[in-house]
Design a binder for this molecule. Structure first.
Ligand code: NOJ
Length: 775
């Protein structure tokens, strides 16, 4: 320890000396535009760079994984060997203040210039305090809450040594077959940009400005750049082919928002975009990210993405792939060992210049300086703080609140919910999720201890203790388990019907049947695409048997993607979409079922009626032959075997109370350029409970130089209304609200007519307004 500290002091002295005169020429970072714009930091980076050998520089561009969560082939790793040469810039998926202190000590022992290692991780929805999966949390439409949970994740992660988070995932996702929809904020571009901003602010601890040097702030990473969510047929890692217009209108904006918010890093996407793998894509990283958006932060590849350019058929071998990656502007290689193995010879052969390497290394070193790692390489390894912060009771409270607010009530016929203690005495608790614990955190709960999650059964027992309500349990059917590598349903877990009889028997002796079903957690997430998005196994079959009892059925769902619930919608009385709610799952669901919390979530992804409708999203274009459900005629754009409309639209979600929208008004039907108008609507809580409503503004540009979507979300407000209370909700509309890419791909608002809806969901058209943008 002492030796290390002494070396750091010596290094600091050398840096001061060298920074007095910036050395120009070979080896200096002539192309580098820093992230921070801080000249002192820039001088420190240049000085250190000038002391480094080529090998040492290349070592900084090399990242390995710890033992947690390998998400692909483990490269032929020589991590031990490189560690001894001080040639590992970063390690990810390693945790724990003491453990990382030890790793850092090892690194510093071998690093000639005492360059600290940067520890990273996928802290996607909390570290140990596990929040709902991001898709669920996005259904809260509560940006402050999302920022807060990201902040808590960062508090816990930084206390356990991690200063760089591979989150937020901000891929727009419109295909529920794709398992990774669970990691993002759903299908909408406007909403996606707002959530991206909130999460970046939360992780990086941004108040007025970014101060990464605080011991509780961390670098966020905008991923995956770009188009990953548009994988063909919803199959993970599949090709992406889209127009430049779709790329710019739909898929890029959340990333641009992240840059505007100050995100410190980007991760490449696995897919090819229009034939060019993203990891070797100069158009994306050089032209868009660096040149147009002036992004000065770091870019790292996704897991083995450099070596994957070989099977893509874009690179001849790893060496060629490494050349393509650095040419695209990639700074750090996750796992492939392409940079560390081949960059030196590529420089010697004149295929890559040392200046290119200097630029990449400058970006990496800048982040290490900004994080304060050179001042104290152990600043994130504080075992005391770790004990205090991780799973702090205050964090658990927020996790419960986040889970409550993420839940979406999809159906509630005859107000069967909430389950009133006075009226409901005997509850049959049926289904594989009543006692399921392991899945409740969902995927990417990397350090979340699955044994600590509260089951539905536990949540209900606590909630209804001494209330006179009795719960009788039968699993009914198990959850099928898939062996992911063979894609076989495990033979020991093949769902059978042997539990049906007992389930039906207890159902018959109940006042209400509460059924908890869903998908096992690893049925969504990475490499977890499905072609059939109904409830897996025998779950629907069991529901059919329960239906025969004639008792009211409440279905609570735990899953990571929109499901095909067409049968369930027709046949059960209430549906509660709980997603994967995280560590406080059982409590939060019990809060909602009992009515102690009135559900307020709304969907951020459309639920289709069947897989055939996919991709399905609300902001489609009209076509020349739009189908009118109210006036159906032939040879229109429809299916002969399914309606066009979804089962549940984007923005939809019920409450235990009811809301009425009235008196929609616009302050003027003429909007002048540079001016603004206000659209408003009165919302009244007409039911018997206090509640919250998400009021949404949608706009349609009626005629454009290019066809515009039938409507686009342009604003939302989540309001709290006491029973009987009315509030006026206002939205400002200005030129900025109306901007789009015109026929020449210019970002402009076009003069002409618009219509707007102030709505409870994307399919609510009752409060309609019209206005024009005039010169
Ligand atoms: C692969 C995933 O695509 C990416 O999101 C994640 O950050 C890395 N694995 C590291 O775990």
């Amino acid at each position: 320890m002492k030796k290390v500290k002494l070396s750091i002091v010596i290094l600091g002295f050398v840096l001061v000396l060298v920074s007095c005169g910036k050395v120009e020429g070979q080896g200096s970072a002539t192309q580098w535009q820093s992230y921070s714009g801080d000249q002192v930091v820039e001088r420190k980076v240049d000085s250190l760079l000038n002391l480094m050998t080529l090998e040492e520089k290349i070592g900084q561009m090399n990242q390995y994984s710890g033992n947690f969560a390998t998400t692909g082939e483990v490269a032929d790793t020589k991590s031990g060997e490189y560690l001894k040469k001080g040639m590992i810039g970063s390690t990810f998926n390693v945790f724990g203040a003491d453990h990382l202190r030890m790793l850092q000590e090892q690194n510093l022992k071998h690093s000639r210039l005492k360059i600290p290692m940067l520890f990273a991780a996928d802290v996607i929805h909390g570290l140990e305090t596990t929040f709902p999966i991001p898709l669920a949390e996005a259904c809260s439409w509560d940006l402050e809450l999302m920022k807060k949970s990201a902040r808590i994740a960062a508090e816990e992660a930084t206390a356990s040594g991690v200063a760089w988070n591979f989150a937020p995932m901000i891929d727009i996702a419109r295909d529920p077959r794709w398992g990774r929809v669970m990691e993002g904020a759903g299908e909408d571009v406007y909403y996606g940009t707002q959530v991206a901003r909130a999460r970046v602010r939360g992780f990086q601890g941004i108040e007025d400005y970014t101060d990464l040097a605080k011991p509780n702030t961390m670098m966020a990473c905008a991923k995956h750049f770009v188009g990953y969510g548009a994988a063909q047929a919803g199959r993970d890692y599949h090709s992406v082919d889209m127009s430049d217009r779709t790329l710019h209108e739909i898929y890029l904006p959340p990333f641009k928002a992240a840059v505007d918010e100050g995100v410190a890093s980007f991760m490449t996407s696995f897919n090819d975009l229009n034939g060019v793998p993203c990891t070797g894509n100069q158009y994306l990283f050089q032209e868009i990210l660096r040149d147009r958006w002036n992004f000065g932060g770091m870019v790292l590849t996704d897991y083995t993405a450099i070596m994957e350019m070989v099977p893509h058929g874009f690179a001849r071998d790893l060496k060629h792939a490494s050349e393509l990656a650095i040419d695209a502007g990639i700074d750090m290689d996750m796992i492939s060992e392409g940079f560390v193995t081949h960059l030196k010879s590529l420089v010697e052969e004149g295929k890559v210049s040392e200046a290119q390497i200097d630029v990449a290394v400058s970006r990496i070193l800048e982040m290490k300086f900004l994080l304060g790692l050179f001042d104290d390489p152990y600043r994130y390894c504080d075992a005391e703080r770790e004990k205090e912060v991780v799973m702090n009771p205050e964090h658990l409270k927020v996790a419960r609140e986040a889970a409550q607010r993420s839940i979406v009530l999809l159906k509630n016929e005859y107000s069967v919910l909430p389950l009133k203690k006075e009226e409901t005495k005997r509850v049959a608790l049926i289904g594989p999720f009543v006692k399921e614990r392991e899945s409740l955190n969902g995927e990417w709960a990397i350090k979340g201890d699955r044994s600590k999650s509260v089951t539905l059964m536990e949540g209900l027992e606590e909630k209804y203790e001494d209330s006179g309500v009795t719960f009788t349990y039968a699993q009914g059917t198990p959850l099928p388990v898939i062996d992911r590598s063979t894609q076989k349903v495990s033979t020991t877990e093949v769902p059978d019907k042997s539990g049906f009889a007992k389930a039906v028997e207890i159902a018959e002796n109940s006042d209400v049947i509460l059924v908890a079903m869903g998908e096992k957690f690893h049925w969504s997430g990475e490499a977890a695409s499905r072609t059939d998005i109904t409830l897996p196994g025998n779950q629907r079959e069991l529901l059919k048997e329960l239906k025969k009892t004639g008792k009211p059925i409440v279905l609570v769902l735990f899953n990571g993607r929109p499901l095909d619930l067409s049968w369930e919608e027709k046949n059960v009385d209430a549906i509660v979409e709980a997603w994967f709610p995280g560590i406080m799952a059982g409590h939060a669901v019990a809060d909602v079922l009992s009515g102690d919390y009135n559900p307020s979530g709304k969907l951020v992804m459309t639920f289709p009626r069947n897989v055939g409708q996919i991709p399905i999203f609300y902001n489609v274009k009209n076509t020349g032959r739009p189908f009118d459900e109210n006036n159906p005629t032939d040879y229109k754009s429809f299916y002969i075997d399914s309606p066009n409309t979804p089962l549940y639209p984007f923005g939809y979600g019920l409450s235990y109370t009811s809301f009425e929208y009235a008196n929609a008004k616009i302050s003027s039907d003429q909007l002048e350029r540079g001016g603004s108008i206000t659209a408003s609507v009165e919302v009244t809580n007409t039911g018997d409970m206090d509640g919250e409503e998400v009021v949404q503004l949608y706009i349609h540009d009626k005629v454009g130089t290019v066809v515009r979507p039938v409507k686009e979300l342009k604003g939302f407000k989540k309001i709290n209304l006491k029973k009987g209370e009315t509030k006026t909700v206002e939205f400002t509309i200005d030129e900025e609200t109306l901007k789009m890419y015109n026929i020449d791909m210019e970002w402009v608002a076009e003069t002409g007519e618009f219509e707007a809806w102030l709505a409870a969901s994307s399919s609510d058209e009752s409060n309609h307004l019209e206005f024009s943008l005039v010169e």
